[in-house]
Write a protein that binds this ligand. Sequence first.
Ligand SMILES: Nc1nc2c(c(=O)[nH]1)N[C@H]1C(S)=C(S)[C@@H](COP(=O)(O)O)O[C@H]1N2
Ligand SMILES: [Mo]
Length: 257
Amino acid sequence: MIRGVSRRTILLGASGLLTSGIIVANWPRIANPDGGSPLLRFGDGLGRRALRLALGNRPLVPEYRLDQVTAFPVDGGFGSPWADDDRSFETMIANRFRDWQLTVEGLVAKPTRFTLDEIRAMPSRTQVTMHCCDMGWSAIGQWTGVPLRWLLEFVGIQPKARYIVFHCLDRFRGQLHYGSIDVLDALHPQTILAHSMNGQPLPRGHGAPLRLRVELQLGYKNSKHIDRISVVESLAGIGLGQGGSFEDAGSLWYGGW
Ligand SMILES: Nc1nc2c(c(=O)[nH]1)N[C@H]1C(S)=C(S)[C@@H](COP(=O)(O)O)O[C@H]1N2
Ligand SMILES: [Mo]
């Protein structure tokens, strides 16, 4: 969320770190322990884009034990102190989302709508991970949901697809919230659409009925209250064209850490 001081101020201050974050956060896990790793040198002179291409399948982020789960603040969306009131969401909660459906559309072979029960019946992954909000807090939670990769393969993603856009039920500065990631991060094994947190249906504040967990990126990229996923070739023409509500307001599109 952007509150008072804009997220941009903070992100710009940390942008140097964020840009190199991919190297810092991921390379020690694949580098030789002797420190003289050719892997660490091979990135010299490569921009972030080239580096990501070169790294391709990125390693898993750390996972924690269940007894390491912490209290988890709510940041934005329904149930947060700064959320817009929304009666239709209250009705959905009361109906346990029986009238909610996830639409998957765009550059896919079979545009499809899924009920929450159908999503709960899909193959799932459970992971205990650390969430880092760029506003300065972190928390550990357990998430269960369908790997986004599985869902995309189910609907048949087209070759020219480049981004996955998540449309949400809540509003940010008056507009429906949205966010996006690229196909590379969407296919990562720890990128899931979570329907449960700590073994319970996703609570209202944490993104009911369905949220993204993209563990490679910071908190603000983890879109909550999703009801539509659109597979696209370009982010232009969606919102202000920067790839998300927060990005349209100045945040970096790639929230690496
Ligand atoms: N739809 C939606 N998704 C959202 C937000 C939001 O306001 N609306 N806030 C983001 C931010 S800034 C963070 S840190 C996380 C917070 O997740 P949590 O409320 O479960 O802690 O959700 C992200 N996803
Ligand atoms: Mo956040």
